[in-house]
Design a protein around this ligand. Structure first.
Ligand code: C2E
Ligand code: CA
Ligand code: CA
Length: 585
């Protein structure tokens, strides 16, 4: 009876353009009685609300209304008959409008012939129904008042939504809206060959700093304009934050090379033309069970990798990346758990004087034993603890435990025994580090002369001024410092010479090399000579064979540490080891 064309009766000759321009309020009458349609349009003929005329759309069943609402944009208000093809057709439609079509801004006025069909209060609340009227109540004046209130509410909600979901600078959906829109698309079966991508403008903060924020803003607008224009309306485009854009659309439209090619032409910014590049992270891992938010996380992982490898390029997210990240997250959680349940402990590895064979010190090394008895190697969890900041608390704990252990060991008749503690970069640069160091010494009453901090060569060489200042403060506290993994970094000799340090620790790799006929011991002998020239003690780690120890001794190395002497041991075992050695100590 009603074809697509005659369902739309325009009250006056508003063209389609006025719809998108928002110059009318679009009102949909949904009722199975044609008389109601006539009476409604008649009652509201010529009316203006907030300065705009009304435009009517008509549907005669819930099915027809659903169809119309799917395609007609920006309907402000529906006047909805409760009882149509079925007794609950109207209420079912309300549910469809809110839950399936996600038309949350649209205002709903329910109408019924009989008062008995009033919906429950909860329904009115849950489905955000604006008003409920019996048809007899809808006289011209009452109808006008009801529709005006609904239009005002619609306008207000729209404005709030604009604020909450749109980026004003680029006139684009923002991050929240992008997530909503991508969720909708993922739920709609239309995503089959979609990708979600994040595009990040390279060096944007430098541009901002160099040319000013205004210029930066213009550049963003210009980039947004081009993306909008070139990608077309089938791609969801949003500004996710500062200089990043979110994209969702068919693979064919979001081919990364094509998208990045859009940056080949300079952007017009005021009178300048600016050349910028962008980096992109994409994910194909989409599906009904994937939330837009999670897909965005995947794309972001890919973006980070892309930025790390080369700006102006792209990386596509892979399952392996996700697995790696999940593994890290899992490990980090169990590390937290391990800290809480005291599954971490410290072991100690002897350091000996190469000439006399006497025990001169021990290095504290952290251990983590899983509930199943297996160990997680520190090389795996220390980087994680550093990245998460947990290393600050863990490192402080190792320091205190080691200081306590030192007093215990010294009491065995080793008053000069030294305790070496590894200190990671994050810990070392923490503003409270020196304070924590001081209180650990005070609380355990150790002689600070017997405490040594091991910092790696790369840490020692970074930020020379800070390093110099901090090391001087540490020296003032009578604590000594060793440079760990020496030979693996790129030390500037002149810088090294200035640092107030006590010991160089030759990396295990160069000790292992001693047994290699081809590589020989070039680096080891160089490091030893260097250390001796700088008046530093040199200690070699990872000595496993007697021949290595002999060679090192010949080269002038002072001290050694390694499986040849002992593996790292828990306190009790170390004490036993010391007592068994007797005179050799
Ligand atoms: P590192 O400071 O270079 O520690 C020396 C590593 O070499 C230790 O591994 C030690 O068990 C191992 N090792 C000692 N002698 C031998 C040997 O003869 N042969 C071989 N193959 N290996 C030997 P571990 O305990 O697994 O520690 C690995 C790294 O974890 C350490 O390297 C250090 O960077 C870090 N680490 C350990 N404990 C702590 C800690 O309490 N704080 C911080 N920040 N880092 C720590
Ligand atoms: Ca009816
Ligand atoms: Ca070390």
């Amino acid at each position: 009876m009603h074809t697509d064309t005659d369902t739309l009766h325009f009250l006056d000759d508003e063209s389609d353009a006025s719809v998108t321009a928002g110059l009318v309020w679009r009102l949909m009458v949904i009722d199975d009685e044609p008389d109601v349609h006539r009476a409604t349009t008649f009652a509201l003929a010529g009316v203006k609300i907030l300065g705009r005329p009304l435009q009517f759309l008509h549907a005669y069943s819930a099915v027809e209304a659903t169809q119309l609402l799917k395609t007609e944009p920006e309907v402000a208000v529906v006047l909805l008959d409760v009882v149509m093809e079925r007794e609950d057709a109207g209420l079912a439609l309300v549910k469809t409008i809110r839950q399936d079509l996600h038309l949350t801004e649209l205002r709903i006025i329910l109408r019924t012939g009989q008062p008995g069909y009033a919906p429950e209060i909860e329904t009115i609340h849950d489905f955000d129904i604006n008003d409920y009227k019996t048809k007899s109540e809808l006289t011209r004046t009452k109808l006008y008042a009801t529709v005006t209130a609904a239009v005002r509410a619609y306008e207000q909600i729209r404005k709030l939504d604009q604020l909450a979901f749109y980026d004003r600078l680029c006139s684009l959906p923002n991050r929240n809206k992008f997530i909503d829109l991508s969720d909708l698309r993922l739920a709609s079966d239309e995503y089959a060959s979609d990708v979600i991508a994040i595009l990040d403008i390279d060096d944007f903060s430098e541009i901002n700093d160099a040319l000013g924020h205004q210029q930066g803003d213009r550049l963003l607008q210009s980039v947004a304009e081009r993306l909008k224009l070139e990608l077309g309306t089938n791609v969801i485009l949003a500004r996710l934050g500062g200089d990043t854009f979110g994209l969702m659309g068919d693979v064919s439209q979001l081919d990364p090379l094509t998208v990045l090619d859009l940056f080949r032409t300079p952007f017009k910014v005021n009178d300048d033309s600016m050349v910028v590049t962008a980096t992109m992270g994409l994910t194909h891992y989409l599906g009904k069970s994937v939330a837009g938010r999670d897909a965005l996380k995947d794309a972001n992982i890919a973006l980070k990798l892309a930025k790390k490898s080369r700006r102006g390029s792209f990386v596509v997210f892979s399952a392996q990346m996700g697995a790696d990240i999940r593994e890290r997250v899992r490990l980090l959680q169990s590390l937290r758990h391990a800290v809480e349940s005291e599954r971490l402990f410290v072991v100690y590895q002897p350091q000996v004087n190469l000439t006399s064979g006497k025990l001169v010190g021990v290095e504290a090394l952290i251990r983590w034993r899983n509930e199943d008895g297996s160990f997680v190697p520190p090389d795996r969890f220390i980087p994680l603890a550093e990245a998460s900041g947990m290393i600050v608390a863990i490192g402080d704990w190792v320091l205190r435990v080691s200081c306590h252990e030192l007093t215990r060991l010294q009491a065995l008749g080793l008053p000069d025994l030294r305790m070496s503690v590894n200190v990671s970069q994050i810990q070392f640069r923490h503003p409270e580090f020196l304070e924590k160091l001081r209180s650990a010494i005070v609380d355990t009453a150790i002689n600070p002369k017997c405490l040594e901090l091991e910092i790696t060569e790369s840490v020692a060489m970074e930020d020379p001024d800070f390093m110099l200042e901090t090391l001087h403060k540490i020296r003032k506290m009578d604590i000594s410092v060793a440079i760990d993994d020496f030979g693996t970094g790129y030390s500037s000799l002149s810088h090294l010479r200035q640092l107030p340090i006590d010991r160089l620790k030759i990396d295990r790799a160069f000790v292992t090399e001693l047994s290699n006929a081809v590589l020989g011991g070039h680096i080891a002998s160089m490091v030893i000579e260097l250390g001796r020239n700088l008046n530093l003690t040199v200690i070699a780690e990872g000595i496993e064979e007697e021949s290595q120890a002999q060679t090192l001794l010949r080269m002038g190395c002072h001290e050694g540490q390694g499986y040849l002497y002992a593996k790292p041991m828990p306190s009790a075992q170390l004490i036993e080891w010391i007592q068994n050695r007797g005179a050799a100590v």
